[in-house]
Structures are given as structure tokens and as C-alpha cells.
Design a protein around this ligand. Structure first.
Ligand SMILES: Cc1ncc(COP(=O)(O)O)c(C=O)c1O
Length: 395
């Protein structure tokens, strides 16, 4: 009889030749359990499980909604309580101009919807994006990905876009009256956590206003409390025209959203009407789970303790083996000399029961992005494991 690992390799589409193949039995809090071992989950399913696993409020919201109804109609036609509750909750915690929520299924779909909206509203086609940015793997999102290695096999992509250097103020003038939108991660994640200067972000906002360009901020990874603000743009004193959310938005279930002013959003409902269609967008179970998770984040003010926890981790990990540390809240990159060193450390951490990862565009850096609920004692314990894994791998 084939083992589960063998069945996985036989029947599931592979994404890379070296999957981790951790056989999950269950997950709770910041821990994932296999039959043999308990692991610290320090990557939160890539910034999804901000409340940890098996959160009681999220699970009971899911169960309650299951008893009411699951999918009933494509997005936008029927009035569904979980959608209106969650949209209302999000809008009440956002600036006034971000008042209309288009729920979709994923981050990539939020990107696609926002790019279509910007092109239609402006009548322009050029999208400005940044080196090392990641906005999803679908064709439109791939067209604004800032890394040629992952794009080139799929060309031709959507033409006429323009790549700029992130956090380089000299690039801002390249945004012109031909530019429909600038799409930018408020904090760039897959570059190995790049935090832009306030001046840079503000000058992007100013230039967009001057040229009639829409500013799309992608907070799919850095939003929902992870940066230490409820939303990362709060750190920069600006408001985007369109905000992209996903990952933690669904409380562990698939949900994305693009959010903007309702006048702008109305572009997708006329000429042509049904300008964006999604069957499962805003699925009631996902919205119920997401709303419960967001409510818990706000009520427990978890984001307000994120910077302190981040500092605890960063301070305890600095050592002679580490080249640099880049962090915004609980999105942390520990940079080693090269990929081989990083890989040795990540493998040793995994062996010793701590799940970390590298970054898509930066394989020298180790990702640490734990659930926001991580306690100080847990930080201390898993940092000890990481330190000993570093020594084991490199000394
Ligand atoms: C910043 C950012 N944008 C967009 C996406 C795409 O989200 P999804 O995988 O849900 O399509 C990701 C996923 O990693 C992301 O990190």
C-alpha cells in the first residue's frame, strides 16, 4: 500500500521538485502536529493564520453559518448576512474613501479585479509596478510581477506595463499621465521584507494625484495587523485609492477583496455591466470566518503588540552568522551570507521542530512570520531552537 506521502506525490500537482511533505495531523495555536512531532509554525501558512490555528471564535462562526446556508448565488446578486457584516466591519475600520468592498476568492483575483478597474476607470493601459513585487500568479498579476525569472517562461504577458525600482525616489517621476495605476506592496514581502521610506511612499501618493493615476496598495501579506498597524498604509500617512486584501482576510478560509470608493467601484457594474464576475467570491462561510477573525484581531488589539514581539525575535536572533535583519512587525527576514547557508539553517530548524521558509525573490533570507498570537515564552523557546539550529548547521 502506498503511503500518504507517495499518494501525494502521485496524484497532486507539484509546484516544485522539493516539497516539504510534512504530514499534518492537526494544528492548534502556533503549533502544527504530525504523527511524530510538534512543530512551531513560524510562517502562518504564509501570513494567513494570524490568529493561530483552531481559533474558537472562527470555528464557531463557521459552524453557525454552515447551519444557515453555504453558497447560494454568484457574488453580488443576493443579500447574504455574512458578506454585509464583514464588508461593514472592514469599512468601519478603514478611511472614509475606502467604502466599497468587492469580495473575491484570492489575492491574485483581488489584483486582477483592481487592475481591470483601474484600466477601465482611467481609460489608460500602463500599470507601473516595482522590482521584486509579487501580486499573484495569474496572467494579469504575473504581468506586474517584479522578477523576470518567474515571468519569462509565460510571455507574452499583458503589454505596456512599466517596472520601477522600489523605494527609489528618483523613479517617481516616471509615473505619468499615461499611467492608469501604480500597484505596490505597502511593505514588500518576497524581496526579503523591504520597508519603504515614508518620503518615498508619500511622493508616490503625490505623483499619482498630480497625474490622475490610481494608487493600488497590495496588503495581501502585510495587512490585517501583521505590520503592527491594522493596515500597513497607516504607517505612511497616506490612503490608497484601491486596497488589496487576502490571506488572513478569510481567517483561514479562501477570501480576497479589493476595496475603494463606491463611485470608482461602479465602473465594474456598467458599460459593460458584469465587468467582473466571480462565482464563489464572498462565499458566506469564508466571510463568516473572516469577520470573526477580524473582530478578534480588533477586540484583542493583537496588532498593537506586534512591534514589541517583533523586536523580541529580532534582538534574540542577531548573531555573528546573520548578515542582516529586515522586519516590519511580524514579517521578518533573517538574511544569511548565501542560499546554501540559509538552506542549511532552514533544514536544521525543520528537523528541530521549527517551520520557517525562504522568500520567493530572496533565497538568502529566512522568513519568520508567526501567528500574531505568539506568546513571549513561545518566542523565547523557538528562538532558542533557531539559535541552536544555526550553530548546528554552521559551526
Ligand atoms: C503581496 C502578495 N500579493 C498577492 C499574493 C497572491 O495571493 P494568492 O496566493 O491568494 O493569489 C500574495 C501571495 O503570496 C502576496 O504575498
Amino acid at each position: 500500500m502506498l503511503s500518504n506521502r507517495q499518494l501525494h506525490l502521485q496524484y497532486l500537482a507539484p509546484t516544485n521538485p522539493f516539497p516539504l511533505l510534512l504530514e499534518v495531523e492537526r494544528a492548534d495555536g502556533i503549533y502544527i502536529y504530525s504523527k511524530e512531532k510538534k512543530y512551531y509554525d513560524l510562517i502562518s501558512g504564509i501570513s494567513v493564520s494570524n490568529l493561530g490555528h483552531n481559533n474558537k471564535a472562527v470555528i464557531s462562526a463557521i459552524k453557525e453559518q454552515l447551519d444557515e446556508h453555504m453558497h447560494v448565488m454568484v457574488y453580488g446578486e443576493f443579500v447574504q448576512k455574512p458578506q454585509i457584516n464583514y464588508a461593514n466591519l472592514l469599512v468601519s475600520n478603514l478611511p472614509q474613501s475606502l467604502n466599497s468592498v468587492y469580495f473575491v476568492n484570492s489575492g491574485a483575483e483581488a489584483t486582477e479585479g483592481a487592475l481591470k478597474l483601474a484600466r477601465k476607470a482611467s481609460g489608460r493601459s500602463e500599470i507601473a509596478y516595482f522590482r521584486h513585487s509579487y501580486h499573484g500568479s495569474t496572467a494579469g498579476a504575473l504581468s506586474v510581477m517584479g522578477d523576470e525569472h518567474y515571468k519569462s517562461a509565460f510571455r507574452p504577458l499583458i503589454p505596456g506595463n512599466r517596472m520601477l525600482e522600489y523605494n527609489d525616489i528618483n523613479e517617481v517621476s516616471k509615473i505619468s499621465s499615461n499611467t492608469a495605476a501604480v500597484i505596490m506592496e505597502t511593505v514588500q514581502a518576497e524581496s526579503g521584507v523591504t520597508v519603504p521610506d515614508v518620503d518615498f511612499v508619500q511622493s508616490i501618493r503625490k505623483r499619482c494625484d498630480e497625474t490622475g493615476t490610481l494608487l493600488i496598495l497590495d496588503e495581501i501579506q502585510c495587512g490585517m495587523g501583521r505590520s503592527g498597524g491594522l493596515f500597513a498604509f497607516e504607517h505612511f500617512g497616506i490612503v490608497p485609492d484601491i486596497l488589496l486584501l487576502a490571506k488572513a482576510l478569510g481567517g483561514g478560509l479562501p477570501l480576497g477583496a479589493f476595496i475603494c470608493d463606491r463611485n470608482l467601484m461602479s465602473q465594474l457594474s456598467n458599460n459593460p455591466m458584469l465587468g467582473h464576475i466571480t462565482t464563489f467570491g464572498g462565499n458566506p462561510i469564508c466571510c463568516a470566518a473572516g469577520a470573526a477573525a477580524f473582530k478578534e484581531l480588533i477586540e484583542r488589539r493583537l496588532h498593537e503588540d506586534v512591534e514589541r514581539k517583533s523586536k523580541l525575535i529580532c534582538d534574540s536572533l542577531r548573531s555573528h552568522h546573520i548578515k542582516s535583519v529586515h522586519a516590519k512587525g511580524l514579517l521578518i527576514a533573517i538574511e544569511f551570507e548565501d542560499f546554501e547557508t540559509n538552506k542549511k539553517v532552514i533544514d536544521a530548524c525543520f528537523e528541530n521542530g521549527v517551520i520557517t521558509d525562504w522568500f520567493l525573490f530572496n533565497n538568502r533570507s529566512m522568513r519568520i512570520a508567526p501567528p500574531l498570537i505568539i506568546e513571549d515564552e513561545e518566542i523565547e523557546a523557538c528562538c532558542k531552537v533557531i539559535e541552536s539550529s544555526i550553530s548546528e548547521a554552521l559551526d
